[in-house]
Design a protein around this ligand. Structure first.
Ligand code: PXL
Length: 279
């Protein structure tokens, strides 16, 4: 049987476990053929490191697209993650226009967490990211990103279902086919993700025991599994369960190891992910 083929478009942070160095191994382990477009090369990610290098590959993206078009290469799905600036978002949007017709377009607006934008981003960047989310079949912001994208007040805790549903309705109202908000905890005891399908109106959610810690790169881990599972044809219910359980398992394997502050040990959770896929 022909193998499903996807491309993921995000940076390579050479050290630090996020974006491509997380997406590629996870998507490959799920049995998909995963092509990449590295949008930039950084010596490390920008969370917790200072003095990192940043080499943009924006101008290579149209050339890669031109070559792939000449070769007749096509994909079953396209996912995007951390992007460096507004021009890069525009060029990635153009790539989606050329390769994404009728395919799954999955956008993780990786730009903020815990109520604050990542280093180097401002509200113009948010505005630009909104245009990418508008054309996504599935977009997966955390609460901070969803609040920024929709111009809604950010709430760290003590919110209820109505707050999350309001964010989801606004995201779908912008044009996203389906919105999934990650890192949702109503009671501080359980944490998970809530999805709203703008076409069917269906709400799907999956929660599991919350581990009270913040680890870098967990949004990228979650996005890789959810994207892979949806392209493989699993429904939202199973896909959300796989993504939440794998993310939590990666965190569980990391907490308590202070030498591993820069990312999660997702590698050690991969055998469990493969078992869950077979269920
Ligand atoms: O995990 C998201 C991410 C991806 N890539 C880079 C980052 C971050 C978050 O800080 O800095 C370069």
């Amino acid at each position: 049987m022909e193998q499903k083929k996807v491309v993921t478009i995000q940076d390579i942070s050479c050290f630090g476990k996020c974006s491509l160095t997380v997406a590629l191994p996870i998507i490959s382990a799920m049995g998909l053929s995963c092509a990449v477009i590295p949008t930039a090369v950084l010596s490390t990610h920008t969370g917790g490191f200072t003095g990192f290098t940043f080499h943009s590959l924006t101008d290579d993206i149209p050339k890669i697209a031109d070559h792939w078009e000449r070769e007749g290469i096509a994909f079953d799905g396209i996912s995007t993650g951390y992007l460096g600036d507004e021009r890069q978002i525009e060029i990635v949007s153009d790539f989606i226009g050329r390769f994404g017709r009728g395919k799954m377009v999955f956008v993780d607006p990786a730009m903020a967490d815990a109520g604050v934008l990542y280093k180097g981003f401002d509200m113009d960047f948010v505005k630009s990211m909104r245009t990418l989310c508008e054309r996504a079949d599935v977009t997966v912001p955390n609460i901070t990103e969803a609040a920024l994208l929709t111009g809604t007040e950010y709430r760290e805790e003590g919110y209820g279902e109505d707050y999350i549903l309001d964010l989801l309705h606004k995201l779908v109202g912008m044009g996203a086919g389906c919105a999934v908000i990650t890192g949702v905890s109503y009671d501080g005891v359980n944490e998970g993700a809530v999805a709203y399908d703008g076409v069917t109106g269906e709400i799907t959610q999956y929660f599991t025991g919350r581990i009270p810690t913040r680890c870098h790169g967990t949004g990228d881990v979650f996005a890789a599994v959810l994207f892979g599972a949806l392209v493989l044809g699993y429904g939202m219910e199973k896909s959300l369960r796989l993504a939440v359980e794998f993310t939590v398992d990666s965190i569980r394997k990391t907490v308590g190891d202070e030498t591993h502050w820069y990312g999660v040990k997702f590698e050690q959770a991969i055998p469990g992910l493969i078992d869950m896929l077979k269920e």
